[in-house]
Design a protein around this ligand. Structure first.
Ligand SMILES: [Zn+2]
Length: 397
């Protein structure tokens, strides 16, 4: 499985200037190549290279590998763009949006990510430094910070290219690690994860299929609600600030807005990582598998509700699902995606499905058998039960 490790660079002011000049040069070059590709309708890496390789090197002072990476980056960007056009993500044929996209070449920001291969970038993990090619020559001893976990991963599994990127004046290297697949252990029961889409105060609720015989003594996490209170408080603060900044439409206000948005995204990602780690660690410790709501289903369900809130939060739930999935894969924990339809209305005790099983947002009270439970816990139990069924079906033979 592939895993991304992001480390923060700590360049000296001189080093930062050299990195900035380099990133600007490769992205200027990419924009120039992109213009040419657009004008001449040449998009494939091989064809583009024949047209522009020599010029890219000379005009922008790039080394051979850097020039090749620039050309490939442009070709890849157009491949993605064309795929998006084909799939209708950029509007219908003839629509204003689509025509606007088609009329202009792709432009690369000065700080856009640039891939560096092992010939342009080497890692000195013990010293926590890298040596990197710049337009001013090879630059040694650029310091970076990394956790012990990240260093272990980098030492054992880093493979291929790393991306250099500048965000809000901070420098990062994003390395890809290729880990061997961990065999999935046969699960002893499942824990279901109910994502708090309707009730975002609880980002995720976990529970096993039945309350009896689990969750006793050591607090094994049956019916645990992972709170999003701090996240919501931060979001609220950000929203207030955003409103004030949007009122002034100055350039610096816009820049500050962008910065805020990224900060909020980083904060949400941190929380998602923590929740995902807790859920997977608990599942691994108890030998259970994890049942997750199918993400496509989440999108559909969310779309039916308040559309504005969706754009704000939907990606965050996708991210949480994604984090849980890859942490589970790393730990050899079984993972089953389940259909989330009616998990909130169905009784986890008797299976009775009715809208009025939910007298309010928080409560589940079965109108057939009288079973009562917190609504999110009941939903998580249903998801766990579906996970067990799904696993049994797929491993029947
Ligand atoms: Zn019931």
């Amino acid at each position: 499985m592939k895993l991304v490790v992001q480390v923060k660079l700590l360049p000296t002011p001189e080093q930062a200037a050299a990195l900035e000049a380099t990133l600007r040069a490769v992205n200027d070059a990419a924009t120039w190549v992109s213009q040419l590709a657009h004008d001449r309708r040449v998009f494939r890496n091989y064809d583009l290279r024949r047209h522009v390789y020599g010029q890219v090197k000379d005009r922008y002072g790039l080394a051979a590998q850097a020039a090749q990476h620039v050309i490939k980056k442009v070709a890849d960007a157009y491949t993605t763009l064309h795929a998006n056009l084909r799939n209708g993500h950029l509007g219908r044929p003839g629509s204003v949006r689509r025509e606007r996209v088609l009329a202009r070449p792709i432009v690369f920001r000065p700080g856009a990510a640039q891939p560096f291969d092992d010939r342009c970038l080497s890692w000195q993990l013990n010293a926590r430094t890298v040596s990197i090619w710049t337009t001013g020559g090879r630059m040694k001893g650029v310091a970076f910070t990394a956790s012990a976990d990240q260093l272990t991963l980098l030492a054992a599994h880093r493979k291929g290219e790393s991306d250099l990127v500048c965000r809000d004046g901070r420098w990062f290297l994003i390395a890809t690690c290729d880990l061997p697949d961990v065999p999935v252990r046969a699960p002893d029961g499942f824990v279901g994860v109910d994502l708090g889409i309707a009730n975002i105060a609880n980002i995720a609720t976990t529970a096993t299929a039945t309350a009896t015989g689990t969750g006793t003594g050591t607090g094994t996490g049956d019916g645990v609600r992972h709170s999003g209170k701090t996240l919501n408080a931060v979001r609220h603060r950000h929203r207030e600030l955003r409103r004030r900044l949007q009122a002034k439409a100055t350039k610096s206000a816009k820049r500050l807005l962008r910065k805020r948005r990224r900060k909020e995204a980083r904060f949400a990602a941190d929380i998602n990582h923590t929740i995902a780690r807790r859920i997977v660690t608990e599942a691994a410790r108890t030998g259970r598998g994890i049942a997750l709501e199918d993400l496509q289903g989440i999108r559909d369900r969310v779309r039916l509700r308040k559309p504005q809130r969706v754009t704000l939060h939907a990606w965050s739930f996708h991210q949480l699902g994604h984090f849980i999935a890859y942490k589970a894969a790393r730990a050899g924990v079984a993972l089953v995606w389940v259909d989330p339809a009616y998990t909130s209305q169905a009784c986890s005790a008797c299976g009775h499905v009715a809208k009025n099983n939910r007298p309010d947002q928080e409560t589940f009270a079965c109108t057939s058998c009288g079973f009562a439970e917190h609504a999110d816990v009941n939903a998580a139990r249903n998801i766990a039960a579906r996970g067990e069924t799904g696993w049994a079906v797929s491993h029947a033979a």
